[in-house]
Design a protein around this ligand. Structure first.
Ligand code: ADP
Ligand code: MG
Length: 875
């Protein structure tokens, strides 16, 4: 039989590629050929584009692009960031032994949601892959939607069942890297919005079957039934979603789920509902202006010291509690840490330097942890006794059941620590192949091998000395290279003195290299030992790693306890440094905060420059209308109430002198279109649909914060909408509402609404200008001071003067009549320009159409000059 030609081989390989590709259509197929992962056809085109590598073609014209295996990690990261999944296809037999084409198989598929790699995902947040079911024909039209979320890097596993209207909220909170959904028949419009680089993975709808899911969960965790997981029959949709997710992850990363923790059910009714707009408008974890620093609440309160704590404080912030007792438990723990400053410092010192236990243990369980990572685990475990001691020394710790719970959950892992301490070198290398992983004295066999190797090395060093003396060549030296092994090197100058028993091996420009039988014998000893040392170290290290993997549940419990301790002590640290107080969180309606401050702005402008204010909602006064000119501080007050509620319900102290608050079930914060920096493009339509969602979802226990709602349209439209919305919240829903507006017309609302009250942010008028006092006072404003603000902003004096004249005319006599809806067009407005029934002058039409908010003062001035010229021409 003649061996296949190159062309035949190559076409057989392409057939193999096509077979494999057919099974991995949705992924970039990285096809191992020698030292490269090759992509072909469309994969090559896509790969070349997103990875910025050369697109070439094979002899037969097939497009080709490849990445070198040793640089694969970087390219892989780029491909994932571009929202792709990558199927890694390896040669699964030794090419030298292969008959015909080397066998190849996809060994794993890497996706943005299925990542374990250290340093690829930010430590301070979870990398969730979320599966959502309870869909029918691609739409969420069942009564309940099941969610299952897994963070493969930490092993966390959360189940949640939500009403369809809450899906967007849940997805926004988790911000998944990948969303697994039943394959749908229709369009994708019913899918919730995802982040830009997140991936959507369709699965067959049958995968979401709850009965199958229950089987899979029980099998995965070795349980007879799911009873032990605290799941209820109503959790079925989430169990279905979990089954689909487990099957998917097992498919793409076979054997990669060993470290998964048992699923925990998140109950919506236990948590404060924060929808996406509220999360954004309050700048909880992300600034409205991308890249802005110091703008988020998270930045202010995140004094955590460990990555686990960092992730947990973020989770708590995005998902505050609703049960006053549960909030109280967290507050008790924080308070203990607040009161004992020295104890807190000691606890934080013990926590500092504890590494990412969850992710390190996860990598160990997946068989991927490096020696250095096990070393990091050991060093972290070594601190656990300190943490426990610091905890035991905390004054009054018995007043907190939560602290006791954390103490009970914190397993100091003495057995594992002792084993790692005994076995691992002080500073283990990054890669096993570097050697020196196992500590001397741990394993006799390894020690003997090392002695043999070192003895051989010492013997060789001694041999050099002996040979120098024997030959009288002082410059003779013994060296080593991979090709020739050990050799004796003599410069040409001394060639004549070389003894007869030297065997020539290699000639260099200035020297000659020789071997001797004696050298050869020791070489064999040294090299053989070297090889066996590597084998022995590998097997010892594997055993060590397996030991960690077996203890995964204990490590996870410890990590969770550490995370809580870290968060409590961090919140206490923040409370003390920034003078926060413990809020009294109750089940009643009222909300009252004395000398409340905005935690983020006071940080930015300095504590002494921030003016605190008292804020109070009661059943009798539950709708607060805050008026005041632009820049007075309305938005600030509104947001500070929202932030204070979030802080209190997540279990934190709050920036105030005293606070008493009834828990809130849902918190809504809406900002009128033109105030919405991040969505500069957003339209009035968006603003209105958000407002409508509030009216739909808010309950009597909710807190609704509306900032300049209605300002995306004309003044009268805006006032009318704001008026009607407020009436509805007051009469129909009865929730706590704060409405900030510069429409002073709205101050007449409380005359009609029994439980509404006017407040204003005070300004002092001095002559023609205003000073902002940032002080909340009872009563409404009767003016908008817009012109004052325009003046402060530097509008030319002539324009300001003219604006005053025009205002005088406009204000002639329009007041909204109490009890009546706000008026439509006021005839007085048109008197300025002519009879109301006459067709308006084109210049008037144009003035009406002007978007003043969208213009710079200079543009406004130029337009005014132009309008004046045209009015003069027409007149
Ligand atoms: P408005 O919504 O009324 O236009 P903002 O709430 O946006 O006003 O406040 C404008 C600016 O005034 C803020 O950026 C802040 O710097 C300052 N400010 C607001 N409230 C206070 C306060 N209570 N103390 C000190 N400065 C404040
Ligand atoms: Mg504002």
């Amino acid at each position: 039989m003649t061996p296949p030609t190159t062309a035949e081989r190559s076409s057989a390989m392409m057939k193999q590629w096509a077979d494999i590709k057919a099974r991995h259509q949705d992924a970039l197929l990285w096809f191992r050929v020698g030292d490269f992962y090759e992509m072909f056809h469309d994969d090559a085109r896509t790969g070349a584009r997103i990875l910025d590598i050369a697109l070439t073609s094979r002899g037969d014209g097939i497009p080709l692009a490849g990445v070198p295996v040793r640089a694969a990690a970087d390219y892989l990261r780029q491909a994932l960031a571009a929202g792709h999944r990558v199927a890694i296809c390896e040669q699964v037999e030794d090419p030298k032994l292969a008959r015909g084409i080397v066998r190849r198989e996809v060994v794993q598929t890497i996706t943005p949601g299925a990542l374990l790699e250290d340093g690829w995902i930010p430590g301070a947040r979870n990398n969730w892959i979320v599966s959502m079911g309870g869909w029918a024909e691609g739409r969420i039209d069942r009564k309940l939607v099941g969610l299952a979320a897994i963070d493969l890097s930490t092993g966390e596993f959360v189940l949640e069942v939500v009403e369809p209207v809450r899906v967007a909220e849940a997805i926004a909170r988790l911000a998944p890297a990948e969303l697994v959904v039943p394959a749908e028949e229709g369009g994708s419009s019913s899918h919730p919005p995802l982040g830009p680089s997140a991936l959507r993975t369709p699965r067959d709808a049958w995968q979401y079957d709850p009965a199958l899911g229950a089987d899979d969960l029980a099998r995965h965790f070795g349980l007879a039934s799911l009873d032990g997981l605290g799941l209820a029959p109503s959790d079925a949709p989430a169990v279905g979603a979990a089954g689909a997710l487990l099957r998917y992850l097992n498919e793409i990363q076979p054997g990669g789920l060993a470290h998964l923790a048992r699923p925990r059910a998140r109950r919506a009714e236990g948590h404060l509902w924060l929808d996406e707009m509220t999360r954004r408008n309050l700048e909880l974890v992300e600034p409205l202006r991308p890249g802005a620093r110091g703008a988020t609440l998270l930045e202010v309160i995140d004094a955590t010291l460990t990555p686990m704590g960092g992730r947990m404080i973020r989770q708590w912030l995005l998902s505050p509690l609703r049960d006053p007792a549960a909030v109280g438990e967290r507050l008790d723990a924080v308070e203990v840490c607040v009161r004992d400053g020295r104890g807190r410092a000691r606890l934080r010192e013990a926590l500092d330097g504890v590494r990412d236990l969850e992710r390190l243990a996860g990598r160990a369980a997946a068989g991927r942890a490096t020696p250095r990572e096990l070393g990091a685990l050991r060093d972290s475990f070594e601190r656990l006794p300190d943490v426990l001691e610091a905890l035991a020394a905390l004054a009054n710790r018995h007043t907190s059941t939560a602290l006791a719970g954390a103490e009970a959950g914190l397993d100091p892992l003495p057995d594992l620590t002792a084993e790692l301490r005994a076995a691992l070198a002080d500073r283990p290398p990054a890669a096993l192949a570097e050697g020196g992983v196992i500590r001397p004295g741990f394993d006799t066999q390894l020690d003997e091998l090392r002695d043999l190797r070192d003895g051989g090395k010492r013997y060789i060093a001694a041999l050099q000395q002996r040979e120098r003396e024997r030959t009288g060549i002082a410059s003779l030296k013994i060296g080593f290279n991979k090709v020739f092994g050990y050799y004796l090197e003599v410069t040409h100058a001394h060639a004549s003195r070389v003894p007869a028993d030297y065997e020539r091996r290699q000639t260099l420009a200035g020297a000659e290299r020789y071997g001797t039988p004696e050298l050869k014998a020791y070489e064999a000893k040294v090299l053989g030992a070297e090889e066996r040392i590597a084998e022995r170290e590998e097997s010892l290290f594997d055993a060590l790693r397996a030991g960690v993997a077996r203890a995964i549940a204990r490590i996870q419990s410890t990590a969770a306890a550490l995370a809580r301790l870290d968060v409590w002590s961090a919140l206490a640290e923040v409370a003390v440094t920034h003078r926060f107080v413990r809020p009294r969180v109750t089940g009643s309606f009222g909300l009252s905060v004395r000398q409340s401050r905005h935690p983020v702005i006071e940080r930015l402008i300095g504590r002494d420059r921030f003016i605190p204010n008292d804020i109070r909602f009661t059943e009798a006064e539950r709708v607060l209308l805050v008026t005041g000119p632009n820049m007075a501080g309305k938005s600030t007050i509104l947001r500070q109430i929202g932030l204070t509620v979030v802080l209190a319900q997540m279990g934190s102290f709050v920036p105030a002198e005293a606070a008493e608050m009834g828990v809130v079930d849902r918190l809504f914060t809406r900002v009128g279109a033109s105030d919405d920096l991040a969505r500069g493009q957003s339209t009035f339509m968006v603003e209105m649909s958000e407002t409508s969602a509030i009216l739909h979802d808010a309950t009597g226990e909710s807190l609704v914060l509306l900032d300049e709602i209605g300002r995306g349209t004309s003044t009268y439209d805006g006032v009318a909408i704001a008026w009607a919305v407020t009436e509805h919240l007051h009469d129909g829903i009865g929730c706590k509402t704060m409405f900030a507006t510069h429409y002073h017309e709205l101050t007449q609302l409380p005359e009609r609404l029994q439980h509404a009250r006017n407040l204003n942010v005070a300004v002092r008028e001095t002559g023609d200008t205003v000073v902002f006092l940032h002080r909340l006072e009872p009563g409404g404003t009767d003016r908008s001071y817009g012109i004052h603000v325009a003046q402060l902003a530097g509008l030319p004096t002539s324009v300001v003067r003219r604006a005053r004249e025009v205002l005088g005319t406009l204000e002639g006599d329009h007041r909204v009549v109490p009890g009546a809806p706000p008026p439509g067009r006021d005839p007085a407005q048109f008197a300025l320009f002519g009879p109301a029934d006459a067709a308006p002058h084109p210049v008037v039409e144009e003035i009406r159409g002007l978007d003043l908010d969208g213009m710079t003062p200079r543009e406004a001035l130029l337009r005014l000059a132009e309008l004046q010229r045209r009015a003069a021409e027409a007149g």
